[in-house]
Design a protein around this ligand. Sequence first.
Ligand SMILES: [Zn+2]
Length: 253
Amino acid sequence: MTTPLDILSVEPDRPVFPLFITAHPDDETIQTGGLLAWLHDAEVSTHVLTCTRGELGESMPGVLPATVQREDLVRVRNSELTRALAELGVAEHDYLGTAPARANGYTPRYYVDSGMRATNGGYVPIDPTNPVSFSNSSMDDMLDDLLALVERASPSVLVSYHSIPGEGHPDHITAHQLSIMAAERTGLPLVEVVRKGTDPSFTWFDFPAQREPVIRALNCYRSQLQVEGDFLSRVNGHLTALPLHLGMRRWIT
Ligand SMILES: [Zn+2]
């Protein structure tokens, strides 16, 4: 039977050590929580990179004071992330722009959440001219930061979203593009993951045995979501399935 390790393995003798490249605190859980928990149960060490602090994530009503400042939200989301990673058994975590995910000689920095605004043609950053937003920053600088982390952490494979420009959050698309650039520069394989659909070019997996840790991890994100039975609800009222079903495929140049 095919398992996620068949998609993630590079060479039979090399231990699998995936680096998950994500945009916001909570993406690792909402997008790939089942897979991360499954890998932990399979005794595979994992590393998660979060590219922004999620400064523009809208909060669930009543969880945080209405007057919450951006710095407070960053602290809350970092705390939520830390606890969720522990529930999923993630071994290593870094933020892009902070050592070791910062290129040598560069001053540490935040890549700021771009936020998302729907338009007729898809989605655009809330402030397309913000020079420090993740989706508006120099791809070369961000690639330097990611390559610094890859050199230090030595993952065997990169994992990121499957993302189609215009169809999702600008930061998810940027993380996807950055992952492709890193795969091309390092020669590491890149595995794309997707939560929805039936695209036969992906191999689909279910993670029923990981339901409890995934729900515990989701419950760490009280500011962002609420678990309701087999679904999670976001501030926009949309219900999505628990991340216990995932498609994976190798990205091919
Ligand atoms: Zn996100």
